[in-house]
Design a protein around this ligand. Structure first.
Ligand SMILES: *[C@@H]1O[C@H](CO)[C@@H](O)[C@H](O)[C@H]1NC(C)=O
Ligand SMILES: *[C@@H]1O[C@H](CO)[C@@H](O)[C@H](O)[C@H]1NC(C)=O
Ligand SMILES: *[C@@H]1O[C@H](CO)[C@@H](O)[C@H](O)[C@H]1NC(C)=O
Ligand SMILES: *[C@@H]1O[C@H](CO)[C@@H](O)[C@H](O)[C@H]1NC(C)=O
Length: 503
């Protein structure tokens, strides 16, 4: 394990180049002296004429522009929604304070501005019971489809979040479409199995009903996946395996239905599973390819190389109760929020938005999360809550990409490279620091860094932690009428990584 780690963000707006200044800094440090803390410098840090470079020298190139970042967040499972709803009942002030801290996109606010939420269609392994919207066998037109079979707290919580964050993007997907024997699935149960051949042709209609159901709640989805984990059939919780051929057949039919029914703008996502199946499933599927975190992030780059113009969404990863706080944050930055985005992801999502301190409530009988999954937030039955390491990692990232102005654009990744003595400095720093398991050699070393931007230079010393920096500069066209906002991620875990900047 290596330790020097930082993350930076730039924000540029219309100013004369000579007045490029770092205005705002958000920081989470390994020793928790900073916890998504705003350090807004009382004296802004000026960019000046370039002098000697620091031990690290970050060079930003905003003429290179990559993908737009859709956002960060997690899944509002039934369990998470139930806990949010309990909190609202128990302590409404805490509920609204928490929603604000998680989701408010207000510029400069002490809030993460999370804006991307994934929602299971029907029951998942984090539901009170297994239910479905389509309960009538043989109802191939889905005239008895009922969106209200979902607990009402799912929709009320989403509506409350939407009231806090107008940018909320909702991504829906089924774990399993039906539970009645002889209906839609060959297993006759929510848990495990796959679609019957006869159901393949009607499944696209089922998905359309789901979109319309959410739309009827004022929650039109931004994206929909055909199936959660199509390579996974588990007999202890809702799941439904699907071959590449079946998912492709459904995808083609469903895209046409979506386009004909006013959902032409909704992203259709195939292979919502893990990194490991990229070559065997995602690439054959040739649809957009979200993935879970199982496998290695490098496998994501295989897909990115094959399909550079497809969206890649990182959709799910969970913390496990009892794991090390700072090691987790480093892993999340290295695999999801910085490096994953470098491999083309437009989202970085964790699993349950909220769970209690035991990783509950879990679907009775489910064999998932046997070691206890941790939510982004812990909500307790007594009306209190706390945020976990998952929150800090994604809050630092989210602060970099939410629009600066109401209605403005989300961040786009832009070019950056690291020069000067950075390699040497950070590798040596890591060698001093040693392994995570060896407290005796822990010697966190801050990295004195220069940042080069458009012929100007700023200096900042990054502590071991995750840091988000904002600064202002003219739009690249130097057209004062045209404001552009930029953001930078930079990260190193002790050896050189490409840094990630966002426009
Ligand atoms: C279902 O369809 C697949 C692919 O066409 C075929 O191989 C399989 O035999 C069919 N199964 C049944 C039970 O008809
Ligand atoms: C990805 O999912 C497949 C199917 O469930 C599974 O066989 C594989 O082990 C998973 N990969 C990892 C790294 O867990
Ligand atoms: C509320 O519950 C949590 C979790 O059980 C506990 O840690 C905390 O001390 C409790 N707070 C109050 C005020 O009772
Ligand atoms: C340091 O050691 C303590 C006690 O052995 C352990 O709980 C903690 O996780 C260790 N910290 C790190 C960063 O490894």
């Amino acid at each position: 394990m290596r330790f020097s780690s930082f993350c930076s963000v730039l924000f540029l707006a219309v100013e004369l180049a000579v007045s490029q200044q770092i205005w705002d800094i958000w920081q989470t440090t390994w020793d928790r002296s900073g916890l998504f803390t705003s350090l807004a410098p009382s004296t802004p840090i000026n960019f000046v004429s370039p002098g000697a470079i620091g031990m690290a020298d970050i060079v930003v190139d905003d003429s290179e522009v990559f993908q737009t970042i859709y956002g960060f967040g997690g899944s509002l499972t039934d369990s998470a929604a139930q806990l949010f709803n309990n909190l609202k009942t128990k302590n409404s002030a805490n509920y609204w304070t928490l929603l604000d801290y998680l989701f408010s996109p207000t510029d400069g606010a002490n809030a993460a501005g999370l804006n991307y939420i994934r929602v299971p269609l029907g029951a998942s392994d984090f539901s009170a019971n297994t239910y479905t919207y389509a309960t009538s066998p043989g109802d191939t037109s889905f005239s008895h489809f009922n969106i209200n079979n979902a607990p009402s707290y799912v929709f009320s919580t989403l509506q409350d979040i939407l009231s806090v964050n107008r940018y909320l993007k909702i991504h829906v997907l089924p774990w399993s479409p039906a539970s009645v024997p002889g209906w839609m699935k060959n297993s006759g149960t929510m848990n495990g199995g796959s679609l019957t051949n006869a159901s393949v042709a009607i499944y696209a209609n089922y998905l359309l009903k789901c979109l319309q159901g959410f739309q009827s709640k004022g929650l039109t989805p931004f994206a929909i996946s055909i199936q959660n984990e199509p390579m996974n059939s588990d007999t202890t919780y809702p799941s439904c395996s699907m071959t590449v051929a079946v998912e492709a057949q459904i995808g083609i039919a469903f895209r046409a239905l979506m386009n004909d029914n006013g959902f032409g703008d909704v992203l259709l996502i195939g292979y919502d599973h893990n990194w490991s199946g990229v070559s065997t499933y995602a690439i054959p599927l040739i649809e957009a390819a979200p993935r879970h975190s199982l496998g290695t992030v490098n496998e994501q780059s295989t897909f990115q190389s094959a399909f550079p113009n497809y969206d890649i969404l990182f959709t799910e990863c969970t913390g496990t109760i009892g794991s090390d706080w700072w090691s987790d944050i480093k892993w999340y930055m290295d695999n999801i929020f910085i490096v994953g985005l470098g491999y083309g992801s437009s989202t970085g999502l964790m699993w349950n938005l909220a769970l209690d301190g035991n990783g509950d409530p879990l679907l009775p009988g489910s064999d998932s999360c046997t070691n206890g999954c941790r939510g982004i937030v812990q909500i307790n039955s007594n009306g209190t809550y706390s945020v976990n390491q998952e929150f800090y990692a994604m809050a630092q990232a989210s602060k970099a990409i939410i629009p600066k102005d109401v209605g403005g654009p989300f961040g786009q990744r832009i070019g950056v490279s690291v020069g000067g003595e950075l390699n040497w400095a950070l590798i040596v720093g890591a060698a001093h620091i040693g392994d995570d398991t060896d407290n005796g050699t822990w010697d966190p070393v801050a990295v004195p860094t220069t940042i080069e931007f458009r012929g100007m230079q700023a200096s900042y010393t990054f502590p071991v932690g995750v840091t988000t920096l904002w600064w202002f500069a003219p739009a690249p066209s130097f057209n004062a009428e045209e404001e552009d906002s930029y953001a930078l991620y930079s990260e190193t875990d002790g050896k050189q990584h490409p840094l990630r900047f966002f426009k």
